[in-house]
Design a protein around this ligand. Structure first.
Ligand SMILES: NC(=O)c1ccc[n+]([C@@H]2O[C@H](COP(=O)([O-])OP(=O)(O)OC[C@H]3O[C@@H](n4cnc5c(N)ncnc54)[C@H](O)[C@@H]3O)[C@@H](O)[C@H]2O)c1
Length: 259
C-alpha cells in the first residue's frame, strides 16, 4: 500500500474532493486526520472510512484561525504520534463581477484558501524538520493556468498557493521535505451540481462542458484522491515544487469551444 502507516492531515474533509482524498488515503494504509468545520458531516466521513476498515479521526477546525490550527495539529500528534503528510484542500470560491466585489469577499477567499494553507503548513513545519521527513500537497486549481471571469480573489489565492509551494520546495528540499500542488479541473462535486442546476438548457450545458474537456467528462473525487496519494507517497520522492494538472486535458486545449 502506497501510504502504509503514514499519518496524514486532510483539510476540508467533510465534503467533495477532501472526502475522496481521505477515503483513498485510508484505503492505501494511511492514518487520516479528517479536518473540517462541520462536525456532523466530518464525523460521518470518518464513520464510513472506519466501516471500510480504515483508520481515521475527525478534528473540528477552522483553518483560517491560528489557534484552531495549532490545536488541530497537536490533536493529530496526540492521536497518531507523528505527521507525514499535510493536504491543504479546504477552499472556498464564488463568482462575482470584480466591480461589485467587496473587501469582505476578497478576505473570505484569502482567509481560507491562502491564509489557511499558510497556517496549516507553518503549524507542521517544525515537526517535519524534527522528523527529517514530511510533505505537503496543496489542492490548487486549473485556475492556476487559465482563468474565468468573476473569480479574481480565487485565482489570486490559488496562484498564491502555487507560489508558496514553489518557495517552500526550494527552501526545504535539502532538509528532506517536499511541497507540491494538485490542480483539479471540473470535478463531480457540489460545484458541478450547481452548474447543472443553474443551466437554462441542461443538454446544451453538458455538451458545452464535454467539448471543453478533451476527455469528454468531469473528474471524480476518487481520481483526485489517487493523484494526491501519488504526490504524497514515496513514489513521488523526486517530485517537489510541481503543479500537477488533473483536468482531463482541459488546460492543454488551445481554444475553448462553444457548441
Ligand atoms: N470541485 C471542483 O471542481 C474543483 C476544481 C478545482 C479546484 N478545487 C479545489 O478543491 C478543493 C475542494 O473543493 P470542493 O469542490 O471539494 O469543495 P467543497 O466545498 O465540497 O469542500 C470544501 C471543504 O472545505 C471546507 N472548508 C471551507 N472553509 C473552511 C475553513 N475555514 N476551515 C476548514 N474547512 C473549511 C468545507 O467545509 C468543505 O469540507 C478546494 O480547495 C477547491 O478550490 C475544486
Amino acid at each position: 500500500m502506497r501510504l502504509n502507516e503514514k499519518v496524514a492531515i486532510v483539510t476540508g474533509a467533510s465534503s467533495g474532493i477532501g472526502v475522496g482524498i481521505a477515503e483513498v488515503f485510508a484505503e492505501q494504509g494511511a492514518k487520516v486526520a479528517c479536518v473540517a468545520r462541520r462536525q456532523e458531516e466530518g464525523e460521518s466521513v470518518v464513520r464510513s472510512i472506519r466501516d471500510q476498515g480504515g483508520n481515521a479521526v475527525f478534528i473540528q477546525c477552522d483553518v483560517s484561525s491560528e489557534d484552531a490550527v495549532l490545536a488541530m495539529v497537536q490533536k493529530t500528534v496526540d492521536a497518531f504520534g507523528r505527521i507525514d503528510v499535510l493536504v491543504n484542500n479546504a477552499g472556498v470560491n464564488f463568482v462575482r463581477a470584480f466591480e461589485e466585489m467587496t473587501v469582505s469577499d476578497w478576505d473570505r477567499v484569502m482567509e481560507v484558501d491562502l491564509r489557511g494553507t499558510f497556517l496549516c503548513t507553518k503549524a507542521c513545519i517544525q515537526l517535519f524538520l524534527k522528523q527529517g521527513t514530511g510533505n505537503v500537497v496543496n489542492i490548487a486549481s486549473v485556475h492556476t493556468q487559465a482563468c474565468l471571469p468573476g473569480a479574481a480573489p480565487y485565482d489570486a489565492a490559488k496562484w498564491g498557493m502555487v507560489g508558496m509551494t514553489k518557495a517552500l520546495a526550494v527552501e526545504y528540499a535539502s532538509q528532506g521535505l517536499r511541497f507540491n500542488c494538485l490542480s483539479p479541473g471540473l470535478i463531480d462535486t457540489q460545484i458541478w451540481k450547481d452548474i447543472q442546476d443553474g443551466a437554462e438548457d441542461l443538454d446544451a450545458c453538458l455538451k458545452h462542458w464535454r467539448a471543453n474537456i478533451p476527455m469528454g467528462r468531469v473528474g471524480t473525487i476518487r481520481e483526485m484522491g489517487l493523484a494526491t496519494a501519488f504526490l504524497a507517497s514515496d513514489d513521488a520522492s523526486y517530485i517537489t515544487g510541481a503543479n500537477l494538472m488533473a483536468d482531463g486535458g482541459m488546460t492543454s486545449q488551445l481554444i475553448s469551444r462553444e457548441i
